[in-house]
Design a protein around this ligand. Structure first.
Ligand code: AMP
Length: 212
């Protein structure tokens, strides 16, 4: 299986697809999850990024790149990059790292979604610390018991940047930064686009086909 870089607006379903790919033996590397873990552990990095994240703005390229570099240097599984790169600079830094680590077996998958659909998903999203994600506005993704994870029984959490104000900043920031990233990977002939409107199972089937 090929390595994969997911680039997608917030709430397009990167996390859900990553969880499905994990079952096929993939290592899920999410910069958002790593940063939230730093915040929860109250580390120096966590304290530095807490406010930036809660407002929906981007953390510095250097901080996120260091997290990614450490993960990729110490793992040999096929990997999913979820939430990185988010700027052209990050894409260039990643390219340098791939050259250093001899990684060329990868695809970049863009998950397409409209602002309206993404906002609806974000406002209904609940997550569990085990990585499972739910949506209270979608019958298919509701937890069986309100507020409780079906998988591990822990209480579900609402991300504090999943409110309308932060979400719109995150979506807008994404749109502004994303075009040069898409162009960058298109030129490398690495870019595939998948429309998420068809539902999770169909999207997953398409993603698996691309990564074969
Ligand atoms: P996510 O879980 O991917 O939606 O990320 C949550 C937040 O973490 C983002 O809104 C940013 O504030 C920060 N973040 C995650 N990945 C990156 C990145 N590659 N570059 C800068 N900031 C990031």
């Amino acid at each position: 299986m090929k390595n994969v870089i997911f680039i997608a607006p917030p709430s397009a379903g990167k996390g859900t697809l990553s969880n499905m790919l994990k079952d096929l033996g993939y290592l899920h590397i999410s910069t958002g999850d790593m940063l939230r873990s730093e915040i929860n552990k109250k580390t120096e990095i966590g304290n530095l990024v807490k406010e930036i994240i809660s407002k929906g703005n981007l953390v510095s390229d250097e901080i996120v790149f260091n997290l990614i570099e450490n993960k990729l240097k110490t793992n040999s599984l096929p990997f999913i990059l979820d939430g990185f790169p988010r700027t052209l600079k990050q894409a260039e830094m990643l390219n340098e790292l791939f050259i250093k680590l001899n990684i060329d077996n990868y695809e970049v998958i863009y998950l397409d979604i409209s602002l309206e659909e993404a906002l609806k998903r974000a406002l209904g999203r609940l997550t569990c610390e085990c990585g499972k994600s739910y949506n209270i506005y979608n019958e298919e993704f509701k937890p069986k018991k309100e507020g409780i994870c079906d998988m591990c029984g822990k209480n579900l959490i609402k991300r504090n940047d999943d409110n309308e104000e932060s979400f719109k900043v995150r979506f807008q920031t994404f749109i502004e930064n994303n075009k040069p990233i898409m162009d960058y990977y298109e030129k490398k002939n690495k870019l595939k686009i998948v429309d998420t409107i068809e539902g999770t199972n169909m999207v997953f089937a398409k993603v698996k086909e691309i990564l074969k």
